[in-house]
Design a protein around this ligand. Structure first.
Ligand code: CA
Length: 235
């Protein structure tokens, strides 16, 4: 699933430009033109990340940020017109995750979004790393970077290991090839989504009893892959 980004910006042309750009980059977007709409749309849609203009009609960006933080840890990137405002914002410790000074380029916006999403996702996986994950006969120990099938260590390449751990930390959640590519090789390889198929095919040969009838790495048609939750199947 693509990350859902909420952009809060009162200037129509800036908002439209950002929306078009982010959609082209593969994100899903929701747009809000003032603070009131931002709060309503946030509660309704639970976006993965918010890009929030500071100066907004009705309810300003500071207040929007505070209200979102009351019941959500979704990352927030604040956009401000002047450098001085950033010091003020930092001093307020509102819980925003990053800042952009206006005018910013779309490239810069994209870089910040990626960085913030990567950071928040890494934090989540660090929490998960404390335990050894067991899926039927398959054991994944991310602390030791070790994968065992029926108790025997399986040798995986770094890409295979990254795909496996990405999928198995969110059992049942479908990942697109592009998301898996970002998780394994990084954004510089965009356009090589099909390489994921090769890695998955090799990974299945190593961890599936019957690679033709996988129980761990399942295909999500038209999208990518997900980790299965039925391991009792004897092929
Ligand atoms: Ca504004």
């Amino acid at each position: 699933m693509a990350d859902l980004i909420m952009v809060v910006e009162d200037e129509d042309n800036i908002r439209a430009n950002i929306a078009e750009f982010l959609q082209k980059e593969g994100y899903e977007t929701i747009m809000a033109k003032d603070g009131e709409e931002a709060i309503a749309l946030f509660d309704e849609n639970k976006p993965d990340i918010v890009v929030l203009d500071l100066m907004l009609p009705k309810i300003d960006g500071l207040e929007v940020c505070k209200r979102i933080r009351q019941n959500s840890m979704a990352p927030i990137i604040m956009a401000t017109a002047r450098d001085e405002e950033i010091d003020k914002l930092l001093g307020l410790e509102l819980g925003a995750d990053d800042y952009l000074t206006k005018p910013f380029s779309l490239r810069e916006l994209k870089a910040r979004i990626k960085a913030v999403l990567r950071r928040t996702k890494n934090t989540q996986s660090i929490e998960l790393q404390e335990e050894k994950m067991v899926f039927g006969s398959l054991e994944v120990n991310t602390e030791r970077r070790e994968v065992r099938l029926d108790g025997k260590v399986v040798d995986l390449t770094p890409s295979e290991y990254a795909i496996l751990t990405t999928l198995c930390q969110n059992v049942g959640r479908p990942y697109s090839r592009l998301q898996l590519l970002n998780a394994t090789l990084g954004e510089s390889y965009a356009g090589y989504e099909r390489a994921i198929d090769t890695h998955v095919s090799n990974l299945r040969k190593k961890i599936e009893r019957n690679p033709q009838k996988p129980v761990y790495i399942l295909t999500v048609y038209g999208l990518g892959y997900k980790f299965g939750d039925q391991y009792e199947v004897v092929n």
